[in-house]
Write a protein that binds this ligand. Structure first.
Ligand SMILES: [Zn+2]
Length: 160
């Protein structure tokens, strides 16, 4: 194969370029010099590539749910309040009594399905969203942060 522009033998692959709307197969240096537009593949039909659909925006992850730390205590107290034996509750949950015992002892963390069952059966809350709600959370007086007013006071008083 000889270069269609300079006539020199082409080493390697001839490069198709478009010159005045004609396709020429040329050597590398001619392609670099004359190739206004290098055609990728002669055989390829001039079909527009369909743009790839953009990957969908990642969904916000579902709120993280975690089991309360003292789940064992919660389960045990609730069970006792209901006057249920461990056997009875285990049967209601469809788990072995040993499993329930370990859960109550805090040795075994129930999976979400079981925790949900426990919640429903005992009327307790075992799963909490582990989202830091921070300021938005109100209602508990015990752990009160600084109010805006107090923050302002500190700012005003602290520096000149
Ligand atoms: Zn050439």
């Amino acid at each position: 194969m000889y270069c269609e522009i300079c006539g020199r033998p082409i080493e390697g692959e001839p490069i198709p370029i478009e010159v005045d709307k004609a396709v020429l197969y040329v050597c590398r240096s001619c392609a670099a010099t004359y190739g206004k537009k290098v055609i990728q593949q002669q055989a390829a039909p001039a079909v527009k590539k369909t743009p790839r659909p953009k990957p969908a925006a990642p969904r916000p992850p579902p709120p993280e749910v975690e089991i309360v730390e003292n789940f064992g205590e919660v389960v045990k107290k609730a069970r006792e309040n209901l006057g249920l034996s461990r056997e009875a509750l285990a049967a209601m949950l469809g788990v072995k009594e040993t499993v329930l015992r370990r859960i109550e002892a805090g040795q075994l963390q129930p999976d979400f399905a079981l925790a949900r069952k426990l919640e429903k059966t005992l009327g307790v809350r075992l799963l909490v969203e582990s989202v830091e709600e921070g300021v938005a959370q109100t209602g508990r007086g015990a752990e009160r942060g600084l109010t805006l007013g107090e923050v302002a006071e500190i700012r005003d008083g602290g520096e000149e």
